[in-house]
Design a protein around this ligand. Sequence first.
Ligand code: EPZ
Length: 427
Amino acid sequence: MDKIIIRGGKRLAGRIPVSGAKNAALTLLPCALLTDEPLTLRNLPRLADIDGFQHLLNQFGVSTAIAGARPEDFGRVMTLQATRITSSVAPYDLVRKMRASILVLAPMLARMGEAKVSLPGGCAIGNRPIDLHLKALEALGATIELAAGYVRAIAPDGGLPGGRYSFPVVSVGATENALMAAVTARGKSTLHNAAREPEIVDLCRMLVAMGAEIEGIGTSDLVIHGVSRLHGATYQVMPDRIEAGSYACAAAITGGEVTLAGARIEEMEATVQALRDIGLHVEPRPEGLHVAADGPLRPVTLETAPYPGFATDMQAQLMALLCLAQGTSVLTETIFENRYMHVPELNRMGAHIETKGRVAIVHGVPKLTGAEVMATDLRASMSLVIAGLAAEGETQVHRLYHLDRGYERLEEKLALVGAEIERVGGD
Ligand code: EPZ
């Protein structure tokens, strides 16, 4: 099993290229099912989750070709073509490894008239239900059956009629599945309280490039006029705002500065505001977002919320930074029920964090000390890396498969800006 060894205390400075967004790519990839023409995605990040999704699509008979990727390049170009679907079943052994597989449900249903996907089950950060995905598809005219650990969705003869659904809770994935079902429905669909994350906007933009008709893009009220077919497209995946925010925290905790090449400040306003409240200097530059330490770190009080609120996917990384603030911060995780597994590991590094249900109280400490720590989920593992970059001595982060799901060539990117970090295998 690989592990990462970090010798902390090095001030980071320089430029980090931001990769394509994992959470955009994972909803753009299944759209290949919506047409028999080629779909070419540029700036796809090289991540375990992307490889997993490619493998799942191959199971359905979708051809995938990687182009133009030199080993030293970040990202790559993939052309997908679903000329003929050979299976409409997403099996348990693939879905259990990657929850985002549920995002094939709607496009497969739209294309084939039915789809069968293993229930994804929970994960470390929560039980991750899919009830809103299913209710939205039923509202658009699908029949849903649950049996033997699978969900089966069936469209009426002639395809989904479309319909209206108001989400009781904002759900990124359920909004994405509803959009992918509605774009080729026979009639008009209306989604209220839809998620507004930039990754949803990226999905809408690509669907429009494929011939879809969508109104209200970027708002929580979407109107989709179904079209009879979609055509292929070439589309550039948006930059990863969570990766960018993560590296901003990494530079900041070392008292350094970094230019996040490709990052778009307009997609990161809540994160930027939090970094500025902490006392960092943050400014947009032609090449990307420049973040620089500017004096002592200040404590903050904030809670996670659906976009445009502060992203739950940034909570663990910001918490690591706040461990060294001069004062007490209070974080409230409102989205997932178990997203504080980084806390015990940070406390083993000398942090002083107390959790009470959804609230974490981060008492700033003067320093952190390197330790052997265990990653438990994707963003928790990044918070341990961030802490290790500032900790005195050596930190070893185990179970890197969590990290590799969401951070492309992390140790290479951090080494670009002066981190003393290496990946070693086989322990
Ligand atoms: C997406 O997950 C992201 N994953 C998550 O990123 C992110 O944390 C989350 O959105 C929130 O921003 C991908 O895009 C692949 P939700 P998703 O549906 O779609 C409840 C990362 O670290 N809910 O918006 O699964 C759910 O339990 C990952 O990159 C239902 O109750 O999140 C949660 O409390 C982690 N029923 C809340 O809604 C449902 O049917 C938000 O979940 C669906 C969700």
